[in-house]
Design a protein around this ligand. Structure first.
Ligand SMILES: Nc1ncnc2c1ncn2[C@@H]1O[C@H](COP(=O)(O)OP(=O)(O)OP(=O)(O)O)[C@@H](O)[C@H]1O
Ligand SMILES: O=P(O)(O)OC[C@H]1O[C@H](OP(=O)(O)OP(=O)(O)O)[C@H](O)[C@@H]1O
Length: 225
């Protein structure tokens, strides 16, 4: 392919913030150190101590797309993001057990969710995760009008945009701060290593040791916690 990536290079796609931070110890276990901090640098292509390995910084929801098309050889993405993307062209060898949270349905305190669902009226649900939300409510036989948002889902029920939201919850403090309550857990979420299927074949000799180091490091981290 044309561009930055070629047979002698490895490109890893990461998003800034928790995924970048939680991936650093795994990279270090593979002997790779990123030489610039994406929080302070404006660069989107970051060098590492290995001249053949570079990290690109992309939006969390864009990681699978870069890897699918081979612009990055591998990346780290949340299960939430992978379910929305669909996983086409991606090999997903390991659950890294990082960025752990859950995807849940939440409503404003006082809203009778059980009654709304039982009555069979259409529920207005605001979410970034329309694919997963659609499947969840279809499996329950609940009719929903899905409203796609790109962030700050917690606001939607407070201003009458929706009856419910489907969002990620970790400590629950964002829900509490906005007078919302979790009424249903849809699934546990954590981040996965994703690898371009063609790169796995063509660059296996370079990728395999890194995948194995990630696997060992993520297993020992989850045993220690
Ligand atoms: N509160 C949380 N605790 C733990 N993990 C989380 C939490 N929120 C999100 N995650 C996980 O971390 C991943 C990255 O989240 P992050 O907040 O960095 O990106 P985002 O802002 O959701 O994505 P985008 O920039 O594409 O809109 C999510 O896809 C999810 O798997
Ligand atoms: O249960 P909590 O511990 O409060 O975490 C939940 C929040 O975390 C995520 O947002 P994030 O912190 O990533 O902010 P964002 O809006 O920038 O994505 C998620 O969208 C929730 O808003």
């Amino acid at each position: 392919m044309t561009g930055l990536n070629n047979d002698s290079q490895l490109i890893l796609a990461l998003s800034k913030g928790r995924i970048f931070d939680d991936t650093m110890p795994l990279l270090e276990a593979a002997g790779i150190r990123v030489l610039e901090n994406p929080e302070t640098s404006r660069k989107l292509i970051l060098p590492t101590n290995d001249p053949a390995v570079r990290v690109i910084i992309v939006r969390a929801s864009d990681v699978p797309t870069y890897v699918q098309y081979g612009a990055a050889d591998f990346g780290v993405a949340g299960k939430d993001v992978l379910l929305e993307h669909g996983g086409e062209g991606l090999y997903q060898p390991i659950d890294l057990n990082i960025a752990a949270c859950r995807m849940s349905v939440a409503v404003q305190a006082g809203f009778d969710y059980a009654k709304a669902v039982h009555q069979g009226a259409r529920l207005r649900v605001a979410t970034k995760f329309v694919h997963t939300a659609r499947e969840h409510f279809a499996a329950k036989g609940v009719h929903v009008d899905l409203i796609k948002l790109y962030g700050s889902m917690e606001l939607a029920p407070l201003v009458g945009l929706s009856d419910a939201i489907v969002d990620l919850v970790s400590t629950g403090s964002t829900l509490r701060a906005n007078n919302l309550v979790e009424v249903e857990e849809i699934m546990d979420i954590s981040s996965r290593l994703v690898v371009n299927q063609a790169a796995l074949k063509l660059k296996r000799a370079r990728l395999q040791p890194i995948i194995e180091a990630f696997e060992r490091a993520s297993q020992s981290a989850s045993q220690a916690s």
